[in-house]
Design a protein around this ligand. Structure first.
Ligand SMILES: CC(=O)N[C@H]1[C@@H](OP(=O)(O)O)O[C@H](CO)[C@@H](O)[C@@H]1O
Ligand SMILES: [Mg+2]
Length: 553
């Protein structure tokens, strides 16, 4: 085998590969959310992802790579798989294409594709390969894990099964394993280590504060349920949880009429919480793999009010900015916020008046990367996925800074505890719950006070099915259309006619649709603007606007 260092166990791979044939008619694509589709068609993909993860590990000198089997907020029958790089972050973008190419090779061409890939990517096969993997509660998960394990066996990689757990815990484990014994040791590489680290930091941060009222958590009938139960044991009375939608056994229950995505997209509480939620009581929803979080409450007038990712970002960023000032570090530690075009205009206005705000294209990898450019980067998607990143130099400063007053010392301690509380590898609904609760406890805010920091502009998100969504190209962090030519000018003209009108159009990275977002000062105007722009997209591309109420047809 010319040009390849080390040995590829070809016969072994071929033999295993026959057990996981790729169906000819299927085409897979590694997108924003990894591979994601009906769980029952993913067998060959998982087998090949096993091999790919092992090769990624070899390429990175035997560092441990993570594999998470989940389809997040999608229906229960869907499943998916994502790779996690050694520092706990998303797979390097250049490898997304490699993943798709390998997943799509017909069985008889798979070995050739593999060899070609190894050669062009210059992978040294003599290096060790280590992979840690986990899955959520989906029924197809069990057999997909077996397919993944066959991939690992076929290439001779060392695998570690992290069982049924959340996506953020898997990310945590990857980072903990790879930093073990180093200066940047992230924590003990076990679920217990994760709970210990977070709950200890939480206890310290809320000590001396008034007792926290129980928090209602909608677990989306997913893996967040057993994990929140475990976390609750570590937290004890410091933060009592009331868990709802914690049924992982009933077929079809996962994400059905519950969960963060349901709440955000319908702007309603899960039906199971109607009658449970008391006025002013704070509650939250996790998504199917517990990496998204939505808070909400019923206001004084009985209206359901969402506290989404933008509200969380605002709450958290303002809190950290205050602590940095109190610690006497305002000059040397700059806090910034990263959002996408979906951030509510009011949140962007509120934040921009106080600190630097960057807008980036949709997708966690873009937000994460941009947040790394700040000393402390707070990033959240409006849909509730987000976290806070402390740069390595900031972490060092926080550890070594000598406070000159008792007030500075306290603020510094809080900041150091926050670095332990927050899962800095990826958005983590449970770590974010603790973060929000810490801020609320420190500020003595109720949900109502938190919500009053700024008022959301009414907004509407609409999907349009078009024959070819790739005809829609964007610029300026997806806020403007480049093609179809002329459409952006029409949208601009229309927006001018609405008070506070803003609308943008972009192709989805996870569904075969074009998304239209609109906001305006009045609810009726936001709706009208959204459906008018959707109409333009439809006329331009020959599509079909779905969920288009009659009055706008
Ligand atoms: C409007 C919206 O919520 N878009 C979601 C959705 O991406 P689309 O590219 O819009 O399909 O899924 C992504 C992955 O989960 C998530 O990062 C993103 O925020
Ligand atoms: Mg998710």
């Amino acid at each position: 085998m010319s040009g390849i260092r080390g040995h590829l166990p070809k016969e072994q791979i071929e033999a295993y590969s026959e057990l996981h044939p790729k169906a000819r008619h299927l085409l897979f694509s590694y997108g924003t959310a990894g591979f994601r589709t009906l769980g029952v068609v993913l067998d060959s993909v998982l087998f090949r992802v096993g091999i790919l993860a092992a090769l990624r590990s070899k390429k990175l000198d035997g560092k441990t790579i993570g594999v998470m089997i989940t389809a997040s907020h999608n229906p229960e029958d869907d499943n998916g798989v994502k790779l996690v790089d050694p520092r706990g972050e998303m797979l390097e973008v250049a490898w997304e294409q490699h993943a798709s190419t390998l997943a799509n090779a017909p069985n008889e061409e798979f070995l050739d594709a593999l060899e070609n890939f190894i050669r062009t990517t210059r992978i040294d096969l003599s290096k060790p390969a280590r992979v840690v993997y986990a899955r959520d509660t989906r029924p197809t998960g069990e057999s997909l894990v077996k397919a993944l394990e066959d991939g690992l066996k076929a290439i001779g990689a060392e695998g570690r099964d992290a069982g049924i757990t959340t996506t953020p815990i898997l990310h945590y484990l990857v980072k903990a394993i790879n930093t073990k014994g180093t200066k940047e040791e992230y924590g003990e590489d076990s679920e217990d280590g994760y709970f210990q680290k977070m709950s200890e930091a939480f206890r310290k941060l809320v000590s001396g504060r008034p007792r926290i009222q129980p928090l209602i958590i909608d677990c989306a009938n997913g893996v967040g349920a057993p994990i929140a139960k475990k976390l609750s044991q570590y937290l004890g009375e410091t933060l009592p949880f009331a868990l709802y939608n914690a049924d992982t056994a009933t077929p079809g229950a996962l994400n059905n009429n519950c969960g963060a995505d349901y709440v955000k997209t319908t702007q309603r509480p899960p039906p199971s919480l109607i009658g449970v939620l008391q006025q002013g009581q704070r509650a939250c929803s996790l998504d199917g793999d517990a990496d998204r979080l939505m808070y909400y409450f019923i206001d004084e007038r009985g209206y359901f009010t969402l506290l989404d990712g933008d509200k969380i970002a605002t709450l958290v960023a303002a809190f950290i900015v205050d602590l940095v000032k109190l610690a006497g570090l305002a000059e040397s530690i700059k806090v910034g916020v990263v959002q996408t075009a979906y951030a509510n205009g009011s949140s962007t206005k509120y934040l921009s008046e106080r600190l630097p705000v960057r807008c980036v294209p949709t997708g966690v990898k873009h937000l994460h990367h941009a947040a790394e450019q700040f000393n402390v980067g707070v990033y959240f998607e409006a849909n509730g996925h987000g976290t806070v990143l402390f740069s390595p130099s900031t972490l060092e400063k926080l550890e070594t800074h000598e406070p000159s007053t008792p007030a500075q010392s306290t603020a510094l301690k809080h900041l150091n505890n926050l670095t332990q509380l927050i899962n800095q590898t990826v958005g983590d609904a449970l770590s974010d719950v603790l973060l929000v609760e810490v801020v609320l406890a420190h500020k003595a805010y109720s949900a109502i006070e938190w919500n009053s920091l700024y008022s959301d502009l009414p907004n509407r998100l609409v999907k349009v099915h078009v024959p070819n969504r790739n005809a829609f190209k964007t610029e300026d962090a997806e806020r403007r259309l480049v093609t179809p030519y002329g459409l952006q000018a029409k949208i601009d003209d229309l927006c001018k006619r609405y008070d506070g009108g803003r609308s943008f159009v972009r192709p989805s990275g996870t569904e075969d649709v074009v998304r239209v977002y609109a906001e305006a000062v009045l609810r009726s105007q936001a709706d009208e603007l959204a459906y008018r722009v959707a109409g333009m997209v439809y006329d331009e591309a020959g599509g079909e606007a779905i969920r288009r109420p009659k009055e706008f047809m």
